[in-house]
Design a protein around this ligand. Sequence first.
Ligand code: ZN
Length: 153
Amino acid sequence: MNNAVDTRDAYIIEGKMALPYSYFAGRVGSRFITAIRDQKTIRGVRCENCDTVFVPPRQTCEKCLADIRDNWVDLGDTGEIVNFTVVRYADKHLPKDPPFVLAMIKLEGADTPLVHIVDGMAPEQVTVGQRVKAVFTGKATSTLLDIDHFAPV
Ligand SMILES: [Zn+2]
């Protein structure tokens, strides 16, 4: 009467985790998310010292360390794919079923890219330089997924 797993040739740790948590996006992150949710507007912050527009926004310039948390700028909802990958595996934490494209998208007026889903075209058709436009969801989630995806222009 031995129904235990034979572990002589394997290193196995049995475990169980439950990890409920709340995440606070911070004042800058919260303003970014609520502008997307409530105004369907993508906003960044601009460093006036080095003329750099960051999206997602941040409170300190990563180049010159200036405090930029209040220098908000409205960005357009279109941009260009500067890099991408195709997600080909399923995971319950991913926002879509595979395959789907995750791209770094440089919005008009921004100097840093935003990572988001590209849909509306086959993954094998996606190219660096492709112009895309944000497609907002109708249902508010208070996350970056209030932009459902970016679609080719
Ligand atoms: Zn700067």
